[in-house]
Design a protein around this ligand. Structure first.
Ligand code: GDP
Ligand code: ZN
Length: 304
């Protein structure tokens, strides 16, 4: 039985890599299989695990797709309502945060985190450009780190410029399939370059976000690290789009709220102004960060 992982997907043909031999093949989906099993504009995504049969011309015919442990979707631009799976089986999302140059807002960080929670993708918050920070700014950063560490998120201070903690980062992403997200200019390309100089990745595309959501002809692609594991480059994604989240669901994507809510008096409590709300209590007692809680309230107002 031949098993492979999808390195690239254009919707009509695929690049797959055999997980035992390491050989790379062009791959196709049989028409019948395509029609019967999968109804989607692009049935296979980068990161998918598949089975295949080899035929002449070294073309791998895909015969089976294994269930995905998670995936990232994007709303199709031309067919307004349709969604499109672009990457799957992601082990880690590295969110690159900079206190300055450019300043990453906590709102941005929270939105990325919520999306990762919704997608069930583990997160590492990477604080980059540490070399630029003064003593006072380092203290400010420490406050931010504390907020997110208390929730349970892993964090790491790095500098892509001075190579601070690049080895630690390497150890954290080793043998994993990861994605890097963050504002344009936060240092994603530089960090990837510091991790491995010759990674044949047109990293610039990561931040080439098309603001108007225009159709781009670039596709997600997986690149393997020398030290084990891979990165999925998703052109056009700088922050994950918030998936369709319902008001009642939002609380579940704040791990600290999820922990406390079992103690609320009402089990349909939304933690806004209900009596005997354990979440509000936890905010008062400092177990939940006020900043995070007010962002929760703000998002609750925005959601339908
Ligand atoms: P991207 O848009 O997220 O890929 O960001 P880039 O990697 O292109 O970096 C944007 C700018 O920040 C470049 O001028 C980098 O040289 C600079 N930069 C990246 N990382 C660091 C860092 O750790 N320290 C400093 N001082 N500059 C950095
Ligand atoms: Zn409550």
């Amino acid at each position: 039985m031949n098993e492979a992982i999808v390195l690239k997907s254009t919707g009509s043909w695929y690049l797959v890599k055999d997980i035992t031999t390491g050989k790379v093949y062009d791959a196709r989906i049989r028409g019948k299989f395509k029609k019967d099993k999968i109804r989607n504009t692009n049935p296979l995504a980068v990161g998918d695990r598949i089975q295949y049969e080899l035929e002449d011309h070294d073309i791998a015919w895909i015969t089976k797709i294994y269930p995905r442990k998670n995936y990232i979707i994007r709303k199709s631009v031309n067919l307004s309502k349709e969604t499109h799976i672009i990457a799957s089986n992601i082990d880690l999302a590295c969110i690159v945060f900079t206190l300055k140059h450019p300043q990453t807002s906590l709102g941005f960080l929270n939105r990325c985190l919520i999306t990762c929670e919704a997608y069930q993708i583990p997160v590492l918050i990477v604080f980059n450009k540490i070399d630029l920070l003064s003593e006072t700014e380092l203290e400010e950063l420490q406050e931010i780190e504390k907020i997110y560490q208390n929730i349970g998120y892993s964090t790491l201070r790095i500098s892509a410029l001075t190579n601070l903690h690049i080895e630690e980062l390497k150890n954290k992403i080793k043998n994993k399939i990861s994605v890097f997200i963050g504002h344009s200019g936060s240092g994603k390309s530089s960090t990837i370059n510091a991790l491995q100089e010759n990674l044949n990745l047109k990293v610039a595309t990561i931040s080439n976000y098309n603001e108007k959501g225009k159709h781009t002809t670039t596709f997600a692609q997986m690149y393997e690290w020398d030290f084990g594991g891979a990165i999925i480059d998703i052109p056009g994604i700088k922050e994950f789009e918030l998936v369709d989240i319902h008001k009642e669901e939002l609380q579940d994507y704040f791990p600290e709220i999820l922990r406390e809510k079992v103690y609320c008096k009402y089990n349909n409590c939304l933690h806004i102004n209900e009596p005997q709300c354990a979440v509000i209590e936890a905010v008062k007692e400092g177990r939940i960060s006020e900043k995070r809680y007010s962002h929760y309230l703000k998002l609750m107002q925005e959601l339908k």
